[in-house]
Design a protein around this ligand. Structure first.
Ligand SMILES: Cc1ncc(C[n+]2csc(CCOP(=O)(O)OP(=O)(O)O)c2C)c(N)n1
Ligand SMILES: CC(=O)[C@@H](O)[C@H](O)COP(=O)(O)O
Ligand SMILES: [Mg+2]
Length: 624
């Protein structure tokens, strides 16, 4: 049998049946399983390899689902899934109808909360711990958070509110890495905790300190006494966490599963919230991932025997095209600054960092700060470009309105992963930005290919004023889109057919579907035109006039229906006196689970066949 111990773990609680000496063996099996499985499906690899021991120890010590584990971001929950009866699901991890790559309460009652965006775990855990108190329910609530997510502001809002919750444990998994190297003063502080001699007490002092804490009791001390595996013998010291009301234990070796599980088991009685600082290695167990954890943070399927170039952001992508172009623009425009919230590679800003290090800012996982920091720069005459994934811009909704838009500051928002995204699923869909950027009256451009990205990015840097945005999809341009080139117009009729009474309208990546729908209709002998918008807000002048001649407008967008661009165009056409038929295809279901983009489009009737079907329906109703 390939995984003899792991095969015995089929439901929550099975780990508790193992002997302590079996735990390291189980961890090795889990690691091998994860490497084999994720190399076949893709997924978040290096973060998961780092928390194997921690997760096994938590399962050994806790009683699930009575106790709750709240994973921050949630991308590191694979071992937890393996230990809660979902081993078979890994064959279809992040695929349509397969298991999610993030915590998913619909999959298991051991997944307490949906996550995908960072820095939520403390607030969630504090809420659950407080609810347990009110309901007089037993059990612990454990927040597991990485040092990257620990740079997000919500964490501090949570710590400010932690009170004396003696059923709460926060475990900081410190691996010195966000996706790339963790940055900033919090990261520096954690490094000091790990390394600065002034934080290390003599072992005896530490033991005294621990004995004096009513919370921990002698069981923990026993563990710490045997502390040769504890990194530098552990410390108990007045840290910022204690100042906030926690009892701090650490730094602890996060790969010593026996010690971890004993320690967690011994922490049954506590008088205050606990903060356990563990130190781990991201990517542990796979040498290339240990050496370059960022490259293995989120991987597509790869060949284990040819570990030469696993892709984290494909070389040829809108992101890298954007990043390279922005860097070139930075040569001529010395006011240009680039800001990322811990996604330097994902957004392609590594080029800008390389060429203009003084004007590059990685602010950590802090989108709210990124936007308001940009506002501050802009108020002093600089031109900040804030490159953030569409889904993470949601974090900065108020900062965009209050700090940028009210003063009409000169900030360019670069909206990456705009539209549908595959494996990450419902937490990461870029399906809101057209609606909320337009609510904020932010001029927004949506190139469908690299040529348009090149043209409109240059335009926005050179000529724009005030808040403005450019949005582009995940991945690379499609050949059919590349073939359109760039006209420099705000909209184009990209397909015109003799006698067409139907027009398909779209923007961005979805444009490929309207072109294909037009071809499908033609095969049925019906002529339809296609119109592609580049500027989606405000709607380009002349657009309504160009569309008024059609009986039917079929609009397709990878955006929520309510308040999206389609509804705005429909209203504009009505205002212009048009009385034709408007059919809107947009995202109806906001819980778009993991699947590939063609599957997602099909589910949402955004694929060419569904669009063509709509056109046929409209055509027959028009005739009736
Ligand atoms: C609000 C938000 N911003 C950005 C991201 C993208 N993101 C996912 S994981 C990650 C790094 C997380 O680092 P850490 O919490 O230390 O976990 P590790 O992967 O090191 O275990 C980032 C930036 C996100 N999920 N949520
Ligand atoms: C967990 C998270 O938020 C990111 O790691 C995300 O999964 C990256 O996705 P991309 O592969 O699109 O960069
Ligand atoms: Mg980390």
């Amino acid at each position: 049998m390939r995984y003899p111990l792991l095969s015995r773990i089929n439901r929550p609680g099975d780990v508790k049946k193992l002997m302590p000496e079996e735990l390291p063996v189980l961890c090795e099996e889990i690691r091998s399983f994860l490497i084999e499985s994720v190399s076949a499906t893709g997924g978040h690899l290096s973060s998961n390899l780092g928390v194997v021991e921690l997760t096994v120890a938590l399962h050994k010590a806790l009683v699930l689902p009575r106790d709750k584990i709240v994973f921050d971001v949630g991308h590191q929950c694979y071992t937890h899934k393996l230990l809660t009866g979902r081993r078979a699901g890994f064959a279809h991890l992040r695929q349509k109808d397969g298991i999610s790559g993030f915590p998913c309460p619909a999959e298991s009652d051991c997944d307490v909360f949906i996550a995908g965006h960072g820095s939520t775990s403390l607030s969630v855990a504090i809420g659950i711990a407080r609810a347990k108190k009110l309901k007089k329910e037993p059990g612990k609530v454990v927040a597991v958070i990485g040092d990257g997510a620990f740079t997000g502001g919500m964490v501090y809002e949570g710590m400010n509110n932690v009170g004396m919750l003696n059923n709460l444990i926060v475990i900081l998994n410190d691996n010195k890495m966000s996706i790339s190297k963790n940055v900033g003063e919090i990261a520096n502080y954690l490094t000091r905790l790990r390394t600065d001699p002034k934080y290390f007490h003599a072992k005896a002092q530490m033991e005294n300190a621990l004995e004096s804490i009513p919370v921990l009791g002698s069981g923990v001390v026993r563990v710490l006494q045997g502390g040769k595996q504890i990194i530098r013998r552990g410390i108990y010291h007045s840290t910022m966490f204690e100042e906030m009301g926690f009892q701090y234990v650490g730094p602890v070796d996060g790969h010593d599963v026996i010690q971890l599980s004993q320690m967690l088991t011994n922490l049954q009685e506590q008088a205050a919230p606990l903060f356990i600082h563990i130190v781990t290695q991201k990517g542990k167990g796979l040498k290339p991932a240990e050496e370059n954890p960022g490259e293995f943070h989120s991987v597509s399927a790869f060949d284990l025997n040819h570990l030469t170039n696993p892709e984290v952001s494909p070389k040829d992508s809108f992101s890298s095209y954007f990043g390279a172009k922005l860097s070139t623009l930075g040569n001529e425009c010395t006011k240009l600054c680039a800001i990322t919230a811990a996604m330097k590679y994902g957004t392609g800003l590594q080029f800008f960092k390389h060429d203009h290090p003084d004007r590059f800012f990685d602010v950590g996982m802090a989108e709210q700060h990124a936007v308001t920091f940009a506002a501050g720069l802009a108020s002093q005459g600089l031109l900040p470009v804030v490159a953030i994934y569409s889904t993470f811009f949601q974090r900065a909704y108020d900062q965009m309105i209050h700090d940028v838009c009210l003063m009409r500051l000169n900030v360019l928002f670069a909206v990456d992963r705009a539209g549908l995204v595959p494996g990450d699923g419902e937490t990461h869909q870029g399906i809101y930005d057209p609606a909320f950027f337009s609510q904020m009256q932010i001029e927004t451009y949506s190139p469908a290919n690299y040529a348009e990205l090149d043209h409109w990015l240059s335009y926005l840097v050179r000529k724009g004023q005030g808040p403005r945005a450019i949005r582009y999809p995940r991945g690379e341009e499609k050949p059919s889109m590349a073939a359109l080139g760039c006209t420099g117009n705000l909209f184009d009729l990209i397909e015109q057919r003799e006698g067409a009474k139907i027009v398909f309208v779209s923007y961005g990546a979805e444009t490929e579907e309207i072109l294909a729908a037009g071809d499908l209709l033609l095969q049925k002998g019906i002529a339809a035109d296609c119109c592609k918008l580049v500027r989606i807000y405000p709607l380009p002048e002349g657009l309504c006039d160009a569309l008024k001649k059609y009986d039917t407008v079929i609009f397709a967008e990878e955006c929520v229906k309510d308040g999206g661009i389609g509804q705005q165009l429909c209203f504009a056409l009505q205002q212009a006196g048009w009385t034709g038929r408007f059919v809107l295809h947009a995202v109806n279901n906001r819980h778009l689970l993991h699947a590939n983009v063609p599957q997602l489009r099909k589910d949402q009737n955004l694929d060419a066949a569904s669009l063509a079907q709509s056109a046929l329906g409209a055509e027959s109703e028009n005739k009736a």
